[in-house]
Design a protein around this ligand. Structure first.
Ligand SMILES: Cc1cc2nc3c(=O)[nH]c(=O)nc-3n(C[C@H](O)[C@H](O)[C@H](O)COP(=O)(O)OP(=O)(O)OC[C@H]3O[C@@H](n4cnc5c(N)ncnc54)[C@H](O)[C@@H]3O)c2cc1C
Length: 407
């Protein structure tokens, strides 16, 4: 049985960064990076953006080239899924019946796309966008596709819709709630993106629930709860993920929606850490509420925290959250967490397609969504850090630099 001093399960953003950080910190023991996907570790965000439109080659998405891993003696174990963890024996079991032993385990398995709970979800032509294989399957079918139904109006759904419009496909987007991005952004941001997508020709259906996907050999129709039938040659489902933590929970780890980690990314099982999308942590930028974040920033910074802790560091996870989304020619940059905000301010003019939405709690700015407004994003970060109470009129005035209010 192969032994790794540190076994990392999941070779995505969090797993790859953990290995990179461990070597940077001088860790000299053996590292195994075990991942279910066959590819070298790669960046996921382009999957719903320029990889989907054909604007970015896969080679340009690699987190590091193959030589990097060889030179740093990180053993890649691709195409291998871990199905069981034995924390007492410090043993991992693979889906092929193999096993690894470990000194320390870092779990970085991300999440699995949530499935539609209605008839027809299994039909051919119904897709998700989580990994390269998902997008390659879509791309293979696209030449024969004219009408695409996107189900879910979160970031992945909206980016996918924008990519499909860029490729000239007819797009219907179905969202169950009464606005897009409802879970993550304030109403002004939602309304702005709804108008943008409509202006780009997306047929947006809000407050609409999918009752069934119908078709004989492959999907042909999306039937809504109100009985309407929408024709579609291909459906893309983007309704969120479930944290991939079953083997840890089965081994007795604390958690449910994600595995619970402490400020050093340690879970309740001995010698085990978790990082990235699957790690439910108490976030200081959300008033200490336990949550999971699904972002490259969070996976990267948690990887650093875990690598430091494993090599004897004592710095807890305290990174300020940030995120981005590209749709059409719009670049959204978000910083901080808007959870629990009690007021919003719009800074700038949405009609000019460059503005920011500020989220406040008791007069303090706790987060910003900046659309084509990078200066606000950069300076807003300082404002959040400073925790000052600023004059709302000044905050909303684009002529007043945010950094002048952070002092
Ligand atoms: C389409 C798309 C667009 C995105 N766009 C953005 C963006 O614009 N900005 C942003 O900040 N974030 C974006 N994200 C989110 C970001 O990619 C994730 O937050 C990030 O990848 C999380 O890293 P992770 O290591 O936790 O998980 P992942 O990167 O998902 O890696 C987990 C890996 O673990 C593997 N795995 C799972 N279970 C097992 C197992 N049992 N054994 C072995 N391997 C396993 C998986 O196959 C996967 O390769 C996007 C995500 C998607 C899907």
């Amino acid at each position: 049985m192969t032994h790794f001093d540190i076994a990392i399960v999941g070779a995505g953003h969090g797993g790859a960064q953990t290995a990179i950080q461990l070597r940077q910190l001088g860790f000299a023991g053996s590292i195994g990076l075990i991942g279910a996907e066959p590819e070298l570790p790669y960046e996921r965000p382009p999957l719903s953006k320029d990889y989907l439109t054909g604007g970015k080659a896969f080679e340009r998405m690699l987190i590091r080239p193959a030589a990097f891993w060889r030179e740093r003696s990180v053993t890649l174990v691709p195409g291998t899924r871990i199905v069981a963890v034995d924390p007492a024996a410090r043993r991992l079991t693979t889906d092929a019946g193999g096993a690894f032993s470990y000194g320390t385990l870092v779990w970085a398995a991300g999440g699995t796309p949530r499935q539609l709970r209605c008839a027809g979800g299994e039909l051919a032509g119904v897709h998700v966008v989580r990994c390269k294989a998902d997008v390659d399957a879509i791309l293979a079918e696209l030449p024969a596709v004219q009408r695409v139904a996107v189900i879910g109006g979160g970031y992945v759904g909206l980016e996918t819709a924008a990519a499909m419009r860029t490729l000239g496909k007819e797009v219907v987007l179905v969202e169950a709630l009464d606005r897009v991005l409802a879970r993550v952004a304030g109403e002004p941001v939602s309304r702005f993106y709804e108008e943008e997508h409509r202006a780009h020709g997306v047929d947006l259906r809000l407050g609409a629930t999918v009752a069934a996907l119908e078709g004989t050999e492959r999907v042909e129709t999306v039937r809504l709860q109100d009985g309407e039938r929408i024709s579609a040659d291909l459906a893309i489902v983007g309704i969120g993920i479930e944290a991939a933590v079953e083997p840890l929970l089965a081994a007795g780890a604390e958690g449910a929606n994600g595995v619970e980690v402490d400020a050093f990314c340690r879970i309740s099982l001995p010698h085990v850490y978790a990082v990235g999308d699957c790690a439910a942590h108490e976030n200081m930028w959300a008033g200490g509420i336990r949550l999971r974040l699904e972002s490259v920033q969070n996976a990267t910074d948690m990887a650093s925290t875990a690598a430091r802790a494993i090599t004897g560091g004592t710095e807890p996870y305290a990174a300020m959250p940030w995120f981005w989304s590209n749709q059409y020619d719009l670049r959204l940059q978000t910083v901080g967490l808007s959870l629990g905000h009690d007021a919003t301010l719009v800074r700038g003019d949405p009609a000019a397609r460059a503005f920011s939405v500020l989220y406040l709690l008791e007069g303090r700015v706790i987060a910003l969504d900046c659309i084509n407004a990078t200066r606000d994003y950069v300076q807003g970060r300082k404002l959040i850090e400073s925790r000052v109470t600023a004059d709302p009129a000044k905050l909303a005035d684009p002529a007043v630099p945010l950094k002048s209010l952070a002092a």
